[in-house]
Design a protein around this ligand. Structure first.
Ligand SMILES: Cc1cc2nc3c(=O)[nH]c(=O)nc-3n(C[C@H](O)[C@H](O)[C@H](O)COP(=O)(O)OP(=O)(O)OC[C@H]3O[C@@H](n4cnc5c(N)ncnc54)[C@H](O)[C@@H]3O)c2cc1C
Length: 464
């Protein structure tokens, strides 16, 4: 980038908030996936106006911009594919308005997700979406990926809580989309288009989110199974019995042992699989729901069903689930974590299919995830320096996506497409689906300068 262009960026952001040193570029060249491409410049926004000025500059100079929250994404979304500028949003972390009467909170997009609850909790409210990354991901990143979480089964995902947002469009215009009312149908559902847009259509700078009352009571239990099939079938049976637990997390034997080696969370090393189950709500209904859960799991090849007797015991079990990814990451030099998702009733087929793929290609796989909403995380453990193992793993991953599609599921339940799943999106939504996405992108970003090269390619005549 030219000296004069750097100086213009320094005039917008201040010298301290513009980085150009090689060491800094390395730090912002990757997220939690595998892609690694260095930007030319990294800037840190503190106001919406700066973001707008940046995009006007980028459009004039035809320089690509990649928005970045905390870089915890698992699909390469914030990796700057075409060099250019990385725009960091994590200094925009103010809580702008807390409105308990309307159960709303308005925050800057760089706020860490878990920073909402201490404020909301003062009025006995909470923000339900809780990705495993809740303590470090940003709200902007959550909205851009439509992040899910451990409570998705009962409470839904990020899209269910986004009411309104302030967005800087690719050419620098600032717009407010959505509304704070419970009902709002004036125009298209524009805020909805931005949920899951992976930073391709605009940059969210402020978001208004809905909150819910904190449930009165929680019951937590650990169901230990002799077989993977038993655990998967139990999930289907619990839902079919009319119970909606707030959490139903699945962990298989390799994951359990990786967790126990990483940190003792009291999980049974010899179990084929466990389900971590929680019901919440009014105390009596919560207890009776857990009683129904117990009946259903006991029909399914169970070794033991134990309830957490104290909040310490519960926290220990949940800690195990939260460190699952880090624990698996410590087993082999690399891992490929997927989030192919199926309907809950197809979970047993999915688990059987993953096991068959692992056997076919002789792969080391740990499976954990949000089983209650059919969203498993088959995690392929490998050494990427071993090209033969990498090639086998890539075949296994491709087959996993096809399996999800064949089971009427999706190649991504919550991590998005980004770079990692881009080659597979057409298999999911077809050529017409890709063309529709391209046309929407072109309407917002005619020069293809905002996060280019992610999710799908633009036809070459439309590129910058
Ligand atoms: C240990 C671990 C556990 C995880 N658990 C979960 C989980 O349970 N559920 C889940 O859904 N995900 C999970 N993730 C993935 C990840 O944390 C989420 O995708 C999260 O939403 C990313 O937030 P971020 O702030 O890190 O965004 P980044 O990774 O920085 O960016 C993600 C995407 O959002 C875009 N973006 C970021 N900010 C903005 C903005 N303000 N405006 C427009 N676009 C923007 C970026 O360009 C990029 O495309 C996990 C990741 C890790 C490492």
């Amino acid at each position: 980038m030219k000296r004069s262009q750097i100086e213009e960026l320094q005039a917008i952001f201040g010298e301290r908030d513009v980085l150009t040193e090689v060491e800094d570029m390395v730090v912002y060249s990757y997220d939690a996936s595998h892609a690694e491409i260095r930007p030319e410049v990294v800037v840190f926004a503190t106001t919406t106006l700066q973001v707008s000025q940046l995009m006007k500059f980028a459009y004039r100079e035809k320089i690509p911009v990649t928005p970045r929250g905390q870089g915890s994404g698992l699909s390469g979304g914030s990796v700057p594919l075409e060099n250019g500028i990385v725009l960091c949003m994590d200094k925009m972390k103010k809580i702008l308005d807390f409105d308990p009467a309307n159960r709303l909170i308005t925050v800057e997009a760089g706020l860490t997700t878990s920073d909402i609850d201490p404020v909301a909790g003062e009025a006995n409210l909470f923000y339900p979406p809780d990705p495993g990354s809740v303590t470090f991901s940003t709200i902007g990143g959550n909205v851009a990926e439509n992040a899910g979480g451990l409570r998705g089964l009962k409470y839904g995902v990020t899209k269910d809580y986004v009411k309104m947002m302030r967005v800087v469009l690719p050419q620098g215009d600032i717009v407010t989309l959505g509304n704070k009312c419970v009902k709002h149908v004036a125009g298209f559902n524009m805020e909805g288009i931005f949920v899951g847009s992976e930073g391709l259509l605009g940059i969210m700078t402020e978001v208004t989110l809905a909150l819910l009352p904190i449930p009165e009571h929680r019951e937590s239990a650990l169901a230990i199974f002799n077989s993977l099939d038993g655990a998967a079938q139990a999930v289907s049976d619990i839902i079919a019995a009319g119970v909606t637990p707030s959490t139903m997390e699945f962990m298989d034997n390799p994951t359990i042992n990786a967790i126990q080696n990483f940190k003792d969370c009291g999980l049974p090393r010899d179990a084929a699989a466990v389900l971590l189950i929680e019901t919440d709500g009014e105390k009596n209904s919560c207890i009776s729901e857990m009683a129904k859960v117990e009946i259903e799991v006991k029909k399914n090849d169970i070794l033991e069903f134990s309830r957490a007797e104290s909040s310490e015991e519960r926290d220990r079990l949940f800690e195990g689930r939260r460190v699952a990814l880090n624990a698996l990451a410590s087993v082999r030099p690399n891992l490929i974590l997927e989030d192919a998702t199926v309907m809950r009733s197809k979970l047993p087929d999915m688990v059987r299919g993953i096991t068959a793929i692992a056997e076919k290609y002789d792969l080391q796989v740990g499976i954990f995830g949000h089983a209650g909403d059919g969203n498993l995380h088959p995690t392929f453990l490998l050494d990427m320096q071993d090209k033969e193992e990498l090639a086998r793993t890539e075949k296994g991953v491709a087959e996993l996506f096809q399996l999800a599609i064949d089971l009427e599921g999706t190649i991504s339940g919550e991590h998005g497409i980004g770079l990692e799943k881009k080659p597979f999106l057409k298999d999911q939504i077809g050529g017409e689906g890709i063309r529709l996405l391209q046309n929407i992108k072109k309407t917002f970003d005619p020069l293809n300068l905002l996060n280019p090269g992610k999710m799908f390619d633009m036809p070459t005549d439309q590129s910058a």
